[in-house]
Design a protein around this ligand. Structure first.
Ligand code: FES
Length: 162
C-alpha cells in the first residue's frame, strides 16, 4: 500500500477505489468497502465523497460506516496481531496469552498501540482449532501459542520499528 502524500492524492485514490469497485453497484456500503479495501481505512474525505455520490448526508454515510466494526477510521498500523478466544483456545490458555499481549503492547483492550505500530484484536475463531491456542501475526496463523512465543513475536515486531 502506497503512502498517501497529500489531500489531492487521497481524493484521487478514494475516487478511483469507488469507480473500480467490483460490485458495480453504487451503494453506500459497496463504496465504503471499496475504499477500505484499497486504502486500508475510511478517511473523513471518503465519507464526504460517498455522501455526494449517493445524494445523501455525511451523517447517513457515517451511520452505515460506524455500524460495522471492521471499518477503520484511522490509517492502518504496520502490523496486526490477533488472538483467538473461541472455545478451543479458551480452554487451552488463550486468556494468559491475551494478558501477555496486552501487557507487552501496553494496551487495556484491543486496539492500536500508542505509536500506531501494532493493532491488537481478539478473534472468535481463526479456524485452526486443532492447533489451539491460536493467534495470527500479520495474518499468518500461528498455532500452539504460549506466553513466551507471543512475547518473542511481539518483540520481533517491535525490533522492526524504524
Ligand atoms: S476456537 Fe480458536 S481457532 Fe477455533
Amino acid at each position: 500500500m502506497e503512502p498517501i502524500t497529500n489531500n489531492s492524492d487521497l481524493e484521487t485514490q478514494i475516487n478511483n477505489a469507488i469507480e473500480n469497485n467490483l460490485s458495480g453497484r453504487m451503494t453506500i456500503l459497496a463504496a465504503l468497502l471499496a475504499v477500505q479495501d484499497d486504502i486500508g481505512y475510511i478517511p473523513q474525505k471518503a465519507l464526504e465523497i460517498v455522501s455526494e455520490l449517493n445524494t445523501t448526508t455525511v451523517n447517513d454515510v457515517w451511520g452505515v460506516a460506524s455500524f460495522y466494526p471492521n471499518f477503520r477510521f484511522d490509517p492502518p498500523t504496520e502490523h496486526t496481531i490477533e488472538i483467538c478466544w473461541g472455545p478451543s483456545c479458551h480452554i487451552t490458555g488463550a486468556q494468559d496469552i491475551i494478558k501477555s499481549c496486552l501487557t507487552e503492547l501496553n494496551l487495556e483492550t484491543e486496539g492500536d498501540t500508542n505509536d500506531g505500530f501494532i493493532n491488537f484484536k481478539f478473534n472468535t475463531c481463526l479456524a485452526a482449532c486443532a492447533q489451539s491456542p491460536v493467534g495470527s501475526v500479520d495474518h499468518k496463523i500461528i498455532g500452539r501459542l504460549n506466553k513466551k512465543k507471543i512475547i518473542d513475536l511481539i518483540n520481533n515486531l517491535k525490533s522492526q520499528k524504524k
